[in-house]
Design a protein around this ligand. Structure first.
Ligand code: HMG
Ligand code: MG
Length: 298
């Protein structure tokens, strides 16, 4: 069976904009988040409190976050370490996300740490966030394939996933950072996680659409019982530290499928499409989302 309702975790303002070559003005980012909330998205990842030299695109987090005070949505932010947590908490963030890697190469390139060192870095972050009542998401990157290491064994992913949850993360988001997953692989990983004691209600999926598989992979996850799906408005995105990664599953493509299946999301597809068209104009190029293109050329 399929779920009656799906919670979309919108990542366009973070995963999308972190990959833009040109700096997007802070006020445009704030307006983007406001419009996303207006289209009915209830979880909107706003920005990252990472080192500004590593992701200059999001270096305005201190300026942006206060502009979102009146937005009626949960606004999680990425935090890699205690320095990032301090910055986020100082601004009143109540939902944070740490981001680990299933592979050593990506841990080193994205966090300048081994997998074990990055888990040690997250430990006080998760503990302090939870003590303060914050909700903690644990991202896990390279769950299916890695551009340097190739296919990633399921048992390796399960082991880091369990370690992240053992730190106290409330939920886990399985990242197909470079978009190489296919539905059978998704099913195999979800089954292996269940066998290792990780229940599906704590699992979200985060697909990038490099090979056009994101929607098929999402459907496989929904059939498995997953109800949290990450997507980015207009298909914005990629990852600056993973070569060949393209944008995430486009939120509009996801909503088109879920609407057709009669699965509730609370999202107004017309308002969302208008938001992505507006953002595409600000970025100076069309949205890669098929649904945005189809609906905006009617
Ligand atoms: P490092 O160079 O090892 O940092 O980087 P460090 O701990 O050695 O500290 C060096 C200096 O940086 C210190 O300053 C720190 O205070 C400062 P100094 O004492 O030299 O003056 N510093 C900071 N400043 C501001 N904010 C901070 C911070 N941390 C340290 N948070 C570090 C380690 C983790 C900081 C770095 O590697 C980093 O920022 N990485 C972030 C990379 C990133 O954001 N990648 C994209 C997000 S992941 C993703 O997109 C995948 C995902 O979408 C899922 C998927 O698709 O798979 C989530
Ligand atoms: Mg991503």
């Amino acid at each position: 069976g399929l779920p009656a309702r799906v919670r979309i975790h919108e990542v366009g303002a973070r995963d999308g904009l972190q990959n833009e070559k040109t700096a997007v003005p802070t006020e445009v980012k704030a307006e983007f988040v406001r419009r996303l909330a207006g289209a009915g998205l209830t979880t909107i990842e706003a920005t990252s409190f990472v080192h500004p030299k590593w992701v200059p695109q999001l270096a305005d987090a201190e300026q942006l976050f206060p502009l979102l005070a009146d937005v009626d949505a949960a606004l999680p932010v990425l935090v890699p370490n205690e320095r990032g947590l301090d910055r986020a908490l100082a601004l009143g963030a109540t939902r944070i996300a740490v981001f680990g890697s299933a592979t050593e190469t990506f841990a080193s390139r994205n966090l300048n740490r081994t997998v074990a060192e990055s888990l040690a870095m997250f430990e006080p972050v998760v503990a302090r966030a939870r003590e303060g009542g914050a909700h903690v998401r644990g991202y896990l990157s390279m769950c299916f394939g890695d551009p340097w290491e190739g296919a990633v064994p399921v048992h390796q992913v399960v082991s880091v996933a369990k370690a992240l949850l053992d730190l106290g993360c409330d939920e886990l988001s399985l990242g197909d950072t470079i978009g190489v997953a296919t539905p059978g692989h998704v099913q195999a990983l979800l089954s292996a996680l269940n066998e290792a004691g990780v229940t599906t209600d704590r699992i979200g999926v985060h697909f990038h659409d490099t090979y056009g598989q994101a929607l098929s992979n999402t459907l496989a996850a929904l059939r498995h019982g997953v109800t949290t799906v990450d997507a980015s408005a207009g298909g914005l995105g990629g990852c600056p530290y993973a070569k060949s990664a393209t944008g995430n599953l486009a939120t509009e493509d996801l909503v088109w499928m879920l609407d057709g299946l009669g699965i509730e999301t609370g999202v107004d597809l017309a308002a969302l499409t208008a938001t992505s068209v507006w953002m595409a104009e600000r970025l100076g190029r069309p949205s890669p989302s098929r649904t945005v293109r189809a609906l905006s050329h009617k």
